[in-house]
Design a protein around this ligand. Sequence first.
Ligand SMILES: NC(=O)c1ccc[n+]([C@@H]2O[C@H](COP(=O)([O-])OP(=O)(O)OC[C@H]3O[C@@H](n4cnc5c(N)ncnc54)[C@H](OP(=O)(O)O)[C@@H]3O)[C@@H](O)[C@H]2O)c1
Length: 256
Amino acid sequence: MFHPKLFENRNVVITGAGRGIGLEVARQFLDCGARVVAHVGRPGERALPDFLLEAESERRAALVAADFLSDEGVENFAEAVEDRFDAVHVLVNNAGTMVGRFAAGDLTDDQYETIVRLNQTSVVEVTRKLLPLLRAAGEAAIVNTVSISAVTGGSPGSAVYSASKAFVSTYSKALARELAPDGIRVNCVSPGTITTDFHERYSTAEKLEQTRKSIPLQRLGTPEDCAPAYLFLAAAPLSSYITGQVLEINGGQLIC
Ligand SMILES: NC(=O)c1ccc[n+]([C@@H]2O[C@H](COP(=O)([O-])OP(=O)(O)OC[C@H]3O[C@@H](n4cnc5c(N)ncnc54)[C@H](OP(=O)(O)O)[C@@H]3O)[C@@H](O)[C@H]2O)c1
């Protein structure tokens, strides 16, 4: 799709790259010649796809498991990146999920803290830890995954998740200003309703069909619909004058 050498000699770090949107993002960066550190989520959850294992055996990718809800998770992940790279050209903060649907009045402290820690705090921590390596690249890009729900508020039971994505969106805009003098651009990709394990867990078939009918393009999205937006925002030759923006990928579900 993009030129096979677009990210040649570029060091790319992607969190949540073991499944869904992040996995397809990793595939497309590898197809464009990048060296990739792929955070593959929590250890032992499932078999990883052949293309990632092949890339690892050819030393084009390093696969790093880390639970960002554990005490040392982000720290260990950042150390693994530092072991592999002396500069990071692209950071994709994509790990995150809804955790569950919780009615506002029933939400426990533990549920609240889990959603915020995973979707919000870990993004700040990974970014902070990798900032020296991003600065060392001279010209770098951060692309954060947010959500259509950051703008719409999402659907019942997703209030804290949606708000955590709004936090990342605003955080990214502020960082874009702050880091511009360092040559670091910061943008977001905002998926709409994308068919991944996410909706297997949190949405019924009826809800998804209702959503599909409401989308102007009349279909749900796929990871393949989303991934090119990450590469576009990460590639200086394609987007060097774009920073502090949110690219909505939703088939027209949100038009404003
Ligand atoms: N699908 C959608 O419609 C949609 C819409 C808007 C935004 N998003 C966002 O897109 C991103 C990717 O989601 P997805 O659709 O590909 O579905 P997903 O299956 O929910 O992916 C979640 C990703 O986050 C990782 N993750 C979850 N808990 C973790 C933990 N405790 N520590 C470290 N990593 C953890 C997962 O790793 P494991 O492999 O270990 O589970 C996985 O890679 C998320 O940020 C999500 O919020 C998705």
